[in-house]
Design a protein around this ligand. Structure first.
Ligand SMILES: C[S@@+](CC[C@H](N)C(=O)[O-])C[C@H]1O[C@@H](n2cnc3c(N)ncnc32)[C@H](O)[C@@H]1O
Length: 344
């Protein structure tokens, strides 16, 4: 069990980190953010089913829970028959997790280590399974996947399993005139004043919000699939061309992005989606407004390009660039543009 001196030592270690890292880990100290994640049933039940329904994979295995938070995934793994589970978290929530594990009679099965995954030593040289919930908004915001890949390369046995092991980013074009006006057009005239300097800021920040499925004007397209057994940190900066095909005659004000998550090792593969077409998750969707409005006719294609890379100064932030080009027989509707965004 941990005492006040452990909490004080952890708080001191946090204070010694770069400001952006402190900010990131401190956000997980509070129970509120864990409440939101735990109450996200799409998320938490998918992990629960993937683990508890696959006892044949977990029985007698050594499991590493990367970023264990309140230890919910560690406890699922213990319930699924793991020989031992090691949970690692930098945030001070881990001290509450220790109490929770104790209260649930699982202290002999679960060891919780406070510290940064990249800096601590595990009590086992290798593990059989890695479980982790690392996904941020737009999948990659917060860059926690780097940490999972580090743990994979350092600790996962050859033939070890990763839960989940596949993540796919999707995008489609949406009609969102009213909301774009509310969020972006608002700055054109604020009580009679020109506030457009803030319009540029608003346009450059992707909006995390829910999008109605009926807003989709184009078919969705998958942009990037990450195979967690193979991908590297370098793959998390990418530049990918893609095209979107209009389903109907309509206007496109923005692109919306979401991701799907797969647990392919399960006896019956488990997948959940964070898209507009399915149940709400706390990741919602991520909207990238264009400065211009595209006027599309059914069947027309917009050529696009998505460039994503961690920000040079703070690798947990993302620099994103979207290019689009619409070529039609009608020169008035032709459009070409490039927008830069920053998720921070
Ligand atoms: C999205 S939360 C998931 C918490 C928990 N696994 C769950 O599913 O409810 C991610 C957790 O990972 C921790 N974390 C992120 N990067 C880490 C690192 N490099 N070392 C240790 N913990 C980390 C955060 O402090 C946070 O508690």
């Amino acid at each position: 069990m941990s005492g006040p001196e452990d909490v004080a030592a952890a708080e001191l270690a946090l204070k010694g980190m770069a400001h952006s890292e402190q900010h990131y880990f401190n956000s997980y100290n509070h129970h509120g953010i864990h409440e939101e994640m735990l109450k996200d049933e799409v998320r938490t039940k998918s992990y629960m089913n993937a683990i508890v329904q696959n006892k044949h994979l977990f029985k007698d295995k050594v499991v590493l829970d990367v970023g264990c938070g309140t230890a919910i995934l560690s406890m699922f793994a213990a319930k699924a028959g793991a020989k031992h589970v090691i949970g690692v978290d930098m945030s001070t929530i881990i001290f509450k997790a220790r109490e929770i594990v104790e209260k649930n009679g699982l202290s002999d099965k679960i060891t919780l280590i406070q510290g940064k995954m990249e800096e601590i030593e595990l009590p086992f040289p290798k593990v059989d399974i890695i479980i982790s919930e690392w996904m941020g908004y737009f999948l990659l915001y917060e860059s926690m996947l780097d940490t999972v890949l580090y743990a994979r390369d350092r600790y996962l046995n050859k033939d070890g399993l990763i839960f989940p092991d596949k993540a796919t980013i999707f995008m489609c074009g949406i009609e969102d005139g009213d909301y774009k006006d509310e969020k972006i057009g608002f700055w054109d005239n604020v009580y009679g004043f020109d506030y457009t300097p803030l319009k540029h800021t608003a346009l450059s920040e992707p909006l995390v919000d829910t999008v109605e499925v009926k807003a989709a004007v184009t078919d969705p397209t998958s942009i990037l699939t990450l195979d967690l057994y193979k991908c590297t940190v370098e793959d998390l900066a990418f530049n990918i061309p893609f095209k979107l095909t209009a389903r109907r005659d309509d206007f496109v004000h923005a692109l919306v992005a979401w991701f799907d998550i797969d647990f392919t090792a399960c006896h019956v593969p488990i997948r959940f989606s964070t898209g507009p077409h399915t149940k709400y998750t706390h990741w919602k969707q991520t909207v990238f407004y264009f400065r211009d409005v595209l006027t599309l006719q059914q069947g027309e294609e917009v050529q696009c390009n998505l460039e994503v890379r961690p920000n040079d100064k703070n690798r947990r932030d993302l620099d994103i660039k979207i290019q689009y080009q619409l070529d039609t027989p009608d020169s008035v509707r032709n459009a070409k543009g490039e927008c830069e965004y920053k998720m921070c």
